[in-house]
Design a protein around this ligand. Sequence first.
Ligand code: PLP
Length: 382
Amino acid sequence: MSKYDNLDPRTLAAQALGWEDPSTGAVVPPVQFATTFTRLPDHGQREYFYARYGSPNAVHAEAVLAELEGAAAALSFASGLAACTAPFHALMQGDHVVCAKPVYHGVIAWLEEFAEARGLEVGYFANGDLDALKAAIIPGRTKIVWLESPANPMWSVIDIAAAAKIVHEGGALLAIDSTCATPVLTKPLELGADIVCHAATKYLGGHSDVLAGMLATREVTDFWRRIEDHRRLAGSTLGAMEAYLLTRGMRTLFLRVERQCANAMKVAEYLAAHPKVARVRYPGLKSDPYHAIAAKQMQGGFGGMLSFEPKGGREEAIRVVTSCKVFKAATSLGGVESLIEHRRTSEGKTKTDTPEALIRISVGIEAAEDLIADLDAALARI
Ligand SMILES: *Cc1c(COP(=O)(O)O)cnc(C)c1O
């Protein structure tokens, strides 16, 4: 049970768990750059030993995320993908993994390029299809099922509680990349997931100025300790400055995500009514195939991510992207500034089913009117 049980997550986030410097009363932690820490006079070990094993700023960020996710523990990593792939690194030769498709392309790329070489077997299923998930699990051999919700770049939403039941019946662990839902909108561990993953580079950091990843666990198990061993021995630990920025970002997480959800809804409604737009994918729209499950599972909004396809194809999509001025033509997501990208261009050589005309947008905290006017001018050019 948490020692902060009587406080709302918004309060805990805003105060980074109420941290205060014991000697000066400073309300903001210093950045502790030291890579090594002295032993006690009796040669015993202090809380910190060597920075690759963990350091004060990283431990603070981990404590904040653990609290927001209702987790028993959290670990920070040098990037989102270092966090996503850590559970796979902790598996043994011959283990079987099930991964939803589509999910963030980097996870698929890692599984395709490295899983087999490491003696892992991988099965895929269509994200959102629970029957296909059940069929993909090999009871006794499947160790991890990897999902993302809402999932890049089509924003399918999977019923996490129903998925957890199926995964646990098959004897596997459910890991969810919850980067785009954030702990503001969805609590996967409460819904039955075992491990939740964040590309903290995105919403948790929130300002496009820190590369970081995090995992949080419902229980501290032997497998979780093995993930921690992997991080220490692979050296994918988060640096002090990054951890400091990440904690600072998480203080405004709720405000940012609330505004991003409101802006995204306005942008999605505008696009859905536009005669030159063939399709909008946003779980907040009542017409979206994932709306019902998203409304049940997501609290307070449907996130800041959406995709749309202008009429025409790749060429028209790229023209829209390059015509935007307020939206910046860049990959990534979750920052305060709105970004727009032609997704197939960003996915590079990864094999995906992303439609050629698909444009992914990450909605920031700007005035929604400016965002809509920008898209309006860009769509007028096709
Ligand atoms: C960006 C992203 C990642 C990878 O994070 P990096 O910090 O770029 O390594 C993983 N999952 C999702 C959903 C992402 O958006």
